[in-house]
Write a protein that binds this ligand. Sequence first.
Ligand code: ASP
Length: 332
Amino acid sequence: MRRLAFLFTALAVASGAQAAEPRVAIAIHGGAGTMSRAALTPEAEKAIRADLDRALDAGHQVLVAGGPALDAVEAAVRVLEDSPRFNAGRGAVYNAEGVNEMDAAIMDGHSLAAGAVAGVHRVRNPIGLARAVMEKSRHVMLVGDGAEAFGRSVGIEMVEPSYFGTEHRRRQLEEAQAKERAQPRAALPASAYFGTVGAVALDAEGHTAAATSTGGMTNKRWGRVGDAPIIGAGTYAAEDCAVSATGWGEFFIRLAVAYDICARAAYRGDSVAEAATEVVMRRVPGLGGDGGVIAIDGQGRIAQPFNTPGMYRGWIAADGSRGTAIFADAEE
Ligand code: ASP
């Protein structure tokens, strides 16, 4: 009898384990901004979607193998940093001096460990350096030459600054500077920053993570740092919530956007999707800013609201369904 009871329990555990498939999910973005269908050639669109798919696969493979969300978001962001089509790593926008100056951050929602770098210009994958700051230093955020000296000391790959440059971004800088000369006080166009990258994920342990990497805004000056590397502004992860943002960073910093979304969910009981929508569709434009976020909750539910005409984005949901999209309308 005892043996039968044991057998029954063992079977129940086995079938229970089968029913409770680990619920893993990942979402990524490649930046929000002004982007018209007319300006996007079919070839460019295909290449962008292929990069988004590769990034999704890189992150999702980690998750289905039982790896941590932290590894998944780093893997996804590295793919996008290495692509010249996004404003992060290779292909980053130029600052006013014609230099690519990059910011990145990564955060683990379970331990609340975080690492960030700002103003680096020789680090091939700024997200890897942010992770090293988190795991191998006593600090959360390092900037400029100091961040790079630390990176060298822990074996982070460095490249010549020319590695990051592209013709396309050079032209964008020239256009931005010509516009600024013509209208010195004009607002920055949203197209000045399209292309930041980010990822959020939920792993089989139920832990979340977020990562964001960017070249910031075209024609930025004086060591300007955006929201991406600021924990709580462009990047945040907590027990049941992770957020990565893209958009006009100054507004995201002032509204502590990523933290506000997770705090609304934790303290007010809003769903992460409701919180993300409220902050992105009301709070950010209410102050005069624009952009979007990707967010995930502790069940792997994904939200990707944005208030710009487009946001490069992709997802693999907890049920395995996947997609990539660019514009606001659904028929993509
Ligand atoms: N949020 C970034 C920044 O302000 C730019 C972007 O999202 O494209 O630096």
